[in-house]
Design a protein around this ligand. Structure first.
Ligand SMILES: Nc1ncnc2c1ncn2[C@@H]1O[C@H](COP(=O)(O)OP(=O)(O)OP(=O)(O)O)[C@@H](O)[C@H]1O
Length: 259
């Protein structure tokens, strides 16, 4: 039984058909990225897996059980900052645990462990505005991991970061993922980011998003900055780009027609 089964999943918003019959099995602990043209339904797919919105057709099964709404077995990390500004970083990280009714002592111990894991152990008593964008995103990841989800859903988590911070955060995410052994579904526009991070890249077609290609990234791990300079890496980037190029062009043409 695969950890996560996405079975003929479709979603239509009013008159916009966002996703059509997406099927996918994701094994326990796999890192899967989704790439595709703007508006092809990547965020919609994550929101469906998170149970934030209902499917029009098809289903999402987690450990064999259908997803019918949000749950602690999944956690989402967004591009934008969702930290509460009036709470310290530590108190932000314990939020999900408080909702679960865990004791204050256990929650704090867990939060401190996760702040260490995400590399901001010294900043537990700081407020979000005192941290850089990269550090706040580490806190968001720590907060998502706090409830010990089986699946981490990441919707362009590094898109708002500058190039150097982004590279650093990619390497950090690989380390965190290897330590925590979570299944990760990751949405990005950056093809090189997807190749660097993933075991597998799913390329979606232009809207309505369907699976156009499902590529195994057989680059050895651990991956380093040298990995990014290898010919094999460049080969994957080129292959994924050529697959989405046509889709990107089609969606741009449609946007211009609709404008
Ligand atoms: N709540 C909603 N109501 C109506 N239409 C929606 C809603 N959410 C998404 N859509 C539409 O569904 C389509 C897919 O949107 P989605 O945000 O999933 O795409 P995306 O691939 O994540 O886009 P991007 O890469 O630009 O972030 C888009 O045309 C979008 O406008």
């Amino acid at each position: 039984m695969p950890e996560l089964r996405i079975d003929r999943l479709s979603k239509t918003f009013q008159r916009t058909e966002a996703l059509r019959e997406v099927s996918l099995d994701v094994a326990d602990g796999q890192f899967v990225s989704f790439v595709g043209a703007s508006g092809c339904g990547k965020s919609t797919l994550l929101r469906l897996v998170d149970g934030l919105i209902p499917a029009s057709e098809g289903s999402v099964l987690l450990g064999g059980s259908p997803v019918t709404g949000p749950g602690n077995d999944r956690a989402m990390v967004f591009q934008e900052d969702r930290l509460l500004p009036w709470r310290t970083i530590e108190r932000n990280v314990v939020l999900g645990l408080e909702f679960q009714g865990q004791s204050k002592r256990d929650s704090l111990a867990r939060a401190r462990e996760l702040l260490q894991l995400t590399g901001i152990g010294k900043f537990g008593s700081a407020y979000p505005h005192e941290l850089s964008g990269g550090m706040r995103q580490r806190a968001n990841i720590a907060r998502a991991l706090a409830v010990d989800p089986d699946v981490l859903l990441m919707d362009e988590p590094f898109a708002a970061l500058d190039g150097q911070t982004r590279e650093l955060m990619q390497a950090e995410l690989v380390r965190i993922w290897q330590d925590s052994r979570k299944t990760v579904l990751f949405v990005t526009h950056q093809v090189d980011e997807a190749v660097y991070l993933s075991d597998r890249i799913v390329v979606l077609t232009a809207r309505p998003g369907r699976v156009k290609a499902d590529i195994e990234v057989a680059l050895p791990r651990p991956r380093t900055l040298a990995t990014k300079r290898s010919a094999e890496f460049a080969g994957y980037v080129e292959r994924v780009w050529s697959l989405i190029e046509e889709e990107v062009r089609e969606s741009m043409e449609r946007e211009m027609r609709d404008a």
